[in-house]
Structure formats: structure tokens, C-alpha cells
Design a protein around this ligand. Structure first.
Ligand code: HEC
Ligand code: HEC
Ligand code: HEC
Length: 126
């Protein structure tokens, strides 16, 4: 009897452990929701690689702003030699036409609210 009790407790712990991912997901409601990004339909690549953009787009935008505003430089030459006008509204949003379903979708998910749109325009007006 003594041992049977231990086995049952052991089994209970085991079941809890292997089902952890399931009830953890259920309990924390938000898990499972991933932002659904709307990517440009007529373009296949970003200014720089997708990995680079994911990690560094904020720094790239900062550099663009400094170059444009401080140095009056407006042409950006990417890794692959392609040229882009350094502009938030005219370049980024020209490809990423749906700011709400791209920039905002991801930012809402991670909880950042860039203040850029106080001054810069979303051509679609969202
Ligand atoms: C020439 C069109 C074009 C321009 C201009 C452009 N993008 Fe992109 N962007 C894309 C495409 C296409 C992808 C998807 C790339 C892929 O899947 O490999 C992408 C991917 C991204 C991603 C990664 C999304 C993900 O799936 O995680 C970010 C972030 C991003 N872009 C931000 C920007 C920002 C910020 C700018 C302006 C500095 C910009 N893009 C300018 C076309 C563009
Ligand atoms: C794949 C997810 C993703 C997408 C898509 C995305 N961002 Fe971001 N963005 C982030 C994350 C994460 C941060 C916060 C990074 C940090 O705090 O280091 C961020 C931060 C920023 C910041 C700096 C904000 C601040 O207050 O520091 C700017 C500016 C920005 N994003 C612009 C854009 C623009 C413009 C687009 C659309 C063209 C875009 N992002 C699309 C994930 C994304
Ligand atoms: C208080 C208003 C204001 C805010 C907030 C602001 N900007 Fe700007 N930004 C400007 C002005 C004004 C210019 C100069 C416009 C020009 O010379 O074309 C500029 C220029 C730029 C440029 C180069 C020109 C262009 O058309 O885009 C970039 C890139 C830029 N800002 C990015 C950002 C980013 C990213 C944020 C948010 C993190 C931001 N700005 C927040 C006012 C602002």
C-alpha cells in the first residue's frame, strides 16, 4: 500500500509535467497568438535581409533620420548595391502599404509604440 501511494503521486507528477505545455498555453491565454504580418505582395525583398530588418530596423531608421536631417544625405546604398531614398513614409510604407497590419501588428504584440507617427504620415491615413 505504502509503495502504491508513492507510485500514484509519481504518476500524477509525471502527467502534470508532460502536459505542462498544454495547460500553460491555456492558462496564459495570449500564448498561441502570433502577429499575422501582411507582407508586400509585389516585392520579395526588403532594404536589407529579413533577419537584419527584424533585429535592426529601428537602428536603420535612426541612421536614416540622422543622415537626412543632419547631413542632408538622402540616398541609402544597401548591402546588395540597391539604392533607396531614406524616408519612413516614402520608402518603408511604399512597400509596407498596410502599416496597421504590419508595423502596428508587430509593435502591439511586443508592446512598443513608436512616436514617429506624431509627425510622419502614413500615406493610407491609419
Ligand atoms: C522594396 C520594398 C520594401 C521596402 C522599401 C521596405 N521593405 Fe521591409 N520588407 C519587404 C519585404 C518583401 C519583406 C519580407 C522579406 C522576406 O520575407 O524575406 C520585408 C520584411 C521586413 C521586416 C521583417 C518582417 C518579418 O517577417 O519579421 C521588417 C521589420 C521590415 N521589412 C521593415 C521595414 C522598414 C522599417 C523599412 C524602411 C526602412 C522597410 N521595411 C522597407 C519589402 C520592403
Ligand atoms: C517583426 C516585428 C516588427 C515589425 C514587422 C516592425 N517592427 Fe518596429 N519594432 C519591433 C520591435 C520588437 C521593436 C522594439 C525594439 C527594441 O525596443 O529594442 C521595434 C521598434 C521600432 C522602432 C523604435 C521605437 C522606439 O520607441 O524605440 C521604430 C521607429 C520602428 N520599430 C519602426 C517600424 C516601422 C516603421 C515598421 C513598419 C514598416 C516596423 N517597425 C515593423 C518589431 C517590429
Ligand atoms: C516632432 C516631429 C517628429 C517626430 C516625432 C519624428 N520625426 Fe522624423 N522627421 C521629422 C522632420 C521635421 C523631418 C525632416 C523632414 C525632411 O527633411 O524631409 C524628419 C525626417 C525623418 C527621416 C528622413 C526623411 C523622411 O522622409 O523620412 C526619417 C527616416 C525619420 N524622420 C524617422 C523618424 C522615426 C523613425 C521616428 C520615430 C522613432 C521619427 N522620425 C519621429 C519630424 C519628426
Amino acid at each position: 500500500m505504502h509503495d502504491a501511494g508513492k507510485v500514484i503521486i509519481g504518476l500524477a507528477i509525471f502527467v502534470l509535467l508532460i502536459t505542462f505545455p498544454i495547460w500553460f498555453t491555456l492558462a496564459s491565454g495570449k500564448a498561441g497568438h502570433r502577429p499575422e504580418l501582411e507582407l508586400p505582395k509585389n516585392e520579395t525583398q526588403c532594404v536589407e535581409s529579413k533577419e537584419y530588418m527584424k533585429a535592426w530596423h529601428m537602428d536603420l531608421l535612426n541612421d536614416w533620420r540622422d543622415a537626412a536631417v543632419r547631413d542632408g544625405k538622402r540616398m541609402y546604398v544597401a548591402e546588395d548595391g540597391k539604392k533607396y531614398v531614406m524616408s519612413l513614409s516614402l520608402t518603408c510604407l511604399k512597400c509596407h502599404t498596410n502599416k496597421a497590419k504590419f508595423c502596428d501588428e508587430c509593435h502591439n504584440y511586443v508592446g512598443v509604440v513608436p512616436y514617429c507617427w506624431d509627425c510622419h504620415v502614413d500615406p493610407k491615413g491609419d
